[in-house]
Design a protein around this ligand. Structure first.
Ligand code: HAM
Length: 429
């Protein structure tokens, strides 16, 4: 009976997990509001070509692709960015810029399942569209940090780089876009020697290879030192130098703005997605060796979809990995509303009275539940105390004949007979 197991890579989220996921979702919406990002809801299924355009070779291979009954080649979305770029290139083409868009939902990648890597996972995604200015990049970084703090995840680090540095060098060296992308894919896999081989194969000069080698060895937390060392390697590459200046400007804004971001600079850091043109970053916490979020600037994607020259920058936080980070750091989501009143009919004659009282209490917004298992009073009471129910209403014939019930306050351990119409006041306060 294999069909009783979830499909490999798919998970059920049981109440405690679903509660944490919805908590993160709530915080994601709060951040969207705080920063002025409006929600859009795009379909899970899109044309394969749209999703595959700039997703990168590795991610492309992992897409769920199929032909629908109408013979269309479609895929389950592996990310939001392509769908958002489509929207901006079409239905929202005439919307005034900037456009700030937020999305949350499930995504699909045929990744090898392991801790924190699933085939169905969730992202909270934010895109800021229309500005190529550093303050837009700084906003997305600030938003990312606020989000992490807001869900209670601590000790986060942003691994950061500017893809324009590498592209600036490779462009000068005459490496084709395909060659550049192939090299980035190697870097994304941390295969530095593989990247060097590709550079050589694509005719990078001896000096160019030296520069790349030097560049790839630069990493660290010390911003001044890292940027100085990167700067030194870029003497002959003005476009790459310009990219470094851009990175510097963004970091200055973030720092001067008082954003509580801890950066780790890594000059060999590239991302698997191919649309990035500017800063790129990933979010890490010490408890996990996989990123809990990632983003960057992509100034050409909307243009590729026919939307003209519209720059953009964005980030996606991995909700499932945030859940793991919270768990590892001992952060729990608050229990929102718990059942306040359990109504126990002491005998069968009072089942309908108990039911009626539950309907009435819910009208007053008091979470209420009837004992539906027909357990005896003492078993029902011990169940109520195990579940931290605050009030038990015992419905017996004698009290009912006087229009009353027995209300037991479980926290204080006291009980009294009170009029049914007084229940909402007594429990609600
Ligand atoms: P990404 O780095 O591919 O970026 O994904 C962002 C986050 O989604 C990752 O850091 C991770 O937390 C989560 N994630 C990715 N794959 C999985 C998986 N198999 N299981 C669990 N979580 C996963 C993007 O998707 C870009 N669209 C982000 C972006 C928005 N760039 C600009 N705008």
């Amino acid at each position: 009976m294999d069909f009783l197991q979830t499909v490999r890579g798919m998970r059920d989220l049981l109440p405690d997990e679903a509660r944490v996921l919805r908590f993160i979702e709530k915080k994601a919406r709060h951040i969207a509001e705080l920063y002025g990002y409006e929600e859009v809801i795009t379909p899970v299924i899109e044309h394969y070509e749209l999703l595959a355009a700039k997703i990168g070779e590795e991610n492309r291979k992992r897409m769920y692709v199929f032909e629908d009954l109408g013979g269309r080649k479609v895929a389950l979305r592996p990310e939001f960015t392509a769908s958002i770029a489509r929207l901006v290139a079409t239905k929202m083409a005439s919307s005034p810029k900037p456009i700030r868009l937020f999305s949350i939902g499930s995504l699909y990648r045929y990744d090898e399942p392991q801790l924190g890597r699933y085939r169905e996972f969730w992202q909270a995604n934010y895109e800021l569209i229309g500005s190529n200015k550093p303050e837009a990049d700084a906003e997305v970084i600030s938003l990312t940090v606020d989000f992490l703090n807001c869900v209670g995840v601590r000790n986060h680090t942003l691994k950061i780089n500017h893809i324009g540095i590498l592209r600036g060098i490779l462009e000068r060296e005459g490496v084709s876009e395909d060659g550049q992308n192939a090299l980035m894919q190697r870097l994304d896999k941390k295969d530095l020697s593989g990247a060097m081989i590709i550079a050589e194969e694509h005719g990078v000069s001896k000096g160019g290879l030296e520069t790349l080698k030097d560049l790839f060895s630069i990493r660290g937390n010390d911003r001044e030192e890292v940027t100085r060392r990167i700067g030194e390697t870029l003497k002959d590459y003005p476009e790459a130098k310009e990219a470094l200046r851009n990175l510097d400007e963004i970091i200055d804004l973030v720092r001067d703005g008082g954003v509580d971001a801890k950066f780790y600079f890594e000059a060999s850091f590239a991302r698997g997605l191919e649309y990035y043109t500017g800063i790129i970053f990933e979010v890490y916490v010490p408890e996990l060796d996989i990123a809990v979020g990632g983003g960057g600037r992509y100034d050409n994607l909307i243009g590729i979809f026919g939307g003209g020259d519209v720059p953009a920058v964005g980030v996606a936080l991995g909700v499932d990995r945030l859940m793991l980070a919270m768990k590892r750091q001992g952060v729990d989501a608050p229990k929102e509303q718990r059942i306040k009143a359990l109504i126990i009919p002491v005998n069968e004659e009072n089942i309908s009275n108990a039911f009626k009282i539950s309907v009435m209490l819910r009208r007053y917004n008091i979470p209420a539940e009837v004992e539906v298992m027909r357990r005896g009073l003492s078993r029902a009471l011990s169940d109520a105390s195990r579940r931290n129910i605050t009030h038990v209403i015992i419905v017996g014939s004698k009290e009912i004949s006087e229009g009353k019930v027995v209300l037991k306050n479980m926290e204080r351990g006291i009980q009294e007979a009170i009029k049914i119409e007084d229940l909402p006041n007594k429990i609600g306060s």
